[in-house]
Ligand binder design. Structure first.
Ligand code: UD1
Length: 368
């Protein structure tokens, strides 16, 4: 580290980024030499997809907001790159730190690496091996451009080695999302009760769905919707609905499946969500992060996808891949209702201290 210290731009863009950056920025505070800046690309912009998370996670207000909004993949990525490059010219950071696998992650690492600014990628090396997922392209390319790669588990280290990434750039540090989860779980019970009536603890299921592969294809979304409808005859379902999914339910006329014992909610803030789902009998989801969180919380998780970039949650955790076949989803849900369920094992470094490890490595290794 130079005498002047180390200017680091931390990037957030979409909902799953906020809980990953929060503990890292907190850990950076312990080092006077680090000058952190927070850039929000504005990929997500609704109050309940973005604003609420800053408050819940005690994230500082972004120093710079790029306000890119929605668009096609190329439009959104290009807009972030153009605007972020201007920030890089002006701020001249020593390092750009990106997390996860959203379009903002790729766009900012590409802009930085072309200007020979070091890139650190948190949550590197996860692979679904499914290139039809935009996130998979974002992961592979971001890792290729990164100078420091922080991984959550050994599988990720192996994936990076196979892609020819030098091992001395890779650091197994654990999972920053779990840092946030464990910290927030300590206080969540003190939060006021929600106004709406909820079933009793352990007597409901929680659903989240937003992957384009699940909700943009009518047949697939219909199979999933019919499965959820059937499951709801045995246990009430609470479903905070992502804006994309809300639009598709309307477009396909699927409101008929979301009646009776299925309660649709607006997307929840972070703390409201973690007040809700740790008390669920099971979670059905296509999210990446929730697969990890349910494993740590030891709640049964049915992942409505054909593959996962987080296989450790299957081998060591509570996760089961159920795909998008109606019968298979219902069958696995019924097993859980009968009490046939998986239990988790402890996963190395998913202990609430990943961010501290990351920042220590940044200070020791980033040769700036
Ligand atoms: C993005 C990420 C995905 C992540 C998800 C979490 C990519 C490629 N995908 O997907 O990995 O799991 O965020 O939510 O980066 N919209 C709103 N308000 C918002 C944001 C989005 O209404 O604040 C609507 C818009 O109609 C938009 C659509 O949701 O077109 C999709 O948003 P987008 O950011 O493109 O991708 P996500 O599906 O949210």
């Amino acid at each position: 580290m130079t005498k002047e210290g180390m200017k680091i731009i931390n990037v957030v863009g979409a909902r799953p980024n906020f809980m990953k950056i929060a503990p890292i920025m907190r850990a950076m505070k312990a080092y006077r030499k680090i000058k952190p800046l927070l850039v929000h690309t504005g990929q997500h912009y609704d109050a309940n997809m973005s604003g609420a998370f800053f408050k819940d996670l005690e994230l500082p207000k972004p120093d710079i907001h790029l306000e890119v909004g929605s668009g096609t993949h190329a439009e959104q990525t290009a807009r972030v790159m153009e605007r972020f490059e201007k920030v890089l010219f002006k701020e001249k950071p020593n390092l750009v730190l990106v997390v996860g696998d959203v379009n903002s992650t790729l766009a900012c690492s590409l802009a930085a690496s072309k200007l020979h600014i070091k890139v650190a990628h948190v949550e590197a090396g996860l692979r679904s091996f499914d290139r039809r997922m935009p996130e998979e392209i974002n992961r592979v390319l971001t890792d290729q451009m990164s100078d420091l790669l922080f991984t959550t588990c050994k599988d990720a280290d192996r994936n990076l080695a196979k892609e020819g990434i030098a091992q001395d750039k890779v650091f197994l540090v654990g999972d920053v999302m779990i840092d946030t989860l464990l910290r927030s779980m300590e206080t969540v019970d003190q939060r006021p009760k929600t106004k709406d009536r909820r079933p009793r603890d352990g007597e409901y299921a929680v659903v989240t769905l937003h992957r384009p592969s699940n909700v943009d294809d009518k047949d697939t979304f219909e199979r999933i919707s019919m499965a959820l409808n059937k499951i709801s005859k045995s246990i009430p379902i609470i479903f905070p609905v992502h804006p994309r999914t809300r639009g598709q339910i309307k477009r396909f006329g699927f409101e008929k499946y979301y009646n009776g014992q299925i309660k649709l909610l607006e997307p929840l803030g972070y703390l409201d969500f973690i007040k809700l789902y740790p008390k669920a009998k099971m979670v059905l989801t296509d999210s990446g992060g929730i697969q990890e969180e349910t494993t740590v919380l030891d709640i049964p998780c049915l992942t409505i996808r054909e593959n996962t970039e987080r296989p450790i949650t299957i081998t060591q955790g509570t996760n089961i891949l159920v795909g998008t076949d109606e019968e298979k989803i219902v069958k696995e849900a019924k097993k859980i209702l009968r009490g046939e369920r998986k239990r988790r094992k402890t996963i190395k470094y998913w202990d609430g201290r990943a961010a501290e490890r990351i920042v220590r490595v940044l200070v020791e290794e980033a040769d700036v």
